[in-house]
Design a protein around this ligand. Structure first.
Ligand code: 2AM
Length: 189
């Protein structure tokens, strides 16, 4: 499985100076296959263009399930030992676009979040907090980030069905002024 490199700079906080020694920035995510990526890109192309934002390359599309931030190698080992979380494979239909005003990011989300995804996020964090990881207070809003510095758009999207069968642990690596996402490991659901 290969990672993905953004063609333009991503969020500044991910690119400044790179991580300190023995620090790895990681998150659990849903990582689409190539075919789903292509369908996501096709369905959202016009919305991204209308937003005037800086597009996220399709090879970086993903949905974060649990963001862990910078971990030591020991912390990474502990996090890696948490899955599998067996909620079963599910279909995720992505059919709405929106913007987060605070970060000016354009996103693709689901008007109906499958119970299996809600359960995956809840059970994963339950296990992670039991190991000492700290979850942010904010409500979980599963989304694929499509563009940064975007204007709000009103767009109809052809719904994309994403067959979700695994959970990935992904590392965010600085790559010059950009960010490279590298899936480290996957587990079946
Ligand atoms: P975003 O795309 O909405 O910015 C890698 O940075 C991934 O982790 C992205 O999906 C990003 O979401 C998410 N992420 C970054 N910082 C986060 C945080 N503090 N809490 C939750 N998710 C975060």
């Amino acid at each position: 499985m290969s990672g993905a490199q953004e063609s333009d700079a991503d969020t500044a906080e991910e690119t400044i100076d790179g991580p300190p020694r023995d620090s790895r920035r990681v998150f659990f995510a849903l990582w689409p296959d190539a075919e789903t990526r292509a369908r996501l890109a096709r369905a959202t192309k016009d919305a991204v263009r209308h937003s005037g934002g800086r597009p996220i390359a399709k090879d970086r599309f993903h949905i974060t399930v649990a963001f862990l931030g910078n971990l030591t190698s020991a912390g990474l080992e502990i996090a890696s030992a948490v899955p599998p979380i067996r909620v079963g494979a599910f279909a995720l239909v992505l059919d709405v676009v929106g913007t987060f005003e605070s970060s000016r990011s354009l996103w693709l989300g689901a008007s109906s979040v499958p119970p299996a995804l809600t359960e995956l996020e809840r059970r994963l964090w339950e296990a992670l907090t039991a190991k000492g990881f700290i979850r942010e207070e904010r409500i979980y809003r599963p989304h694929v980030t499509l563009a940064r510095r975007a204007r709000p758009v009103e767009a109809e999207i052809t719904p994309v069905e994403w067959p979700v069968g695994e959970l990935a642990l992904v590392e965010s690596l600085p790559a010059g002024r950009n960010v490279h996402y590298e899936p480290l490991r996957t587990w079946p659901l």
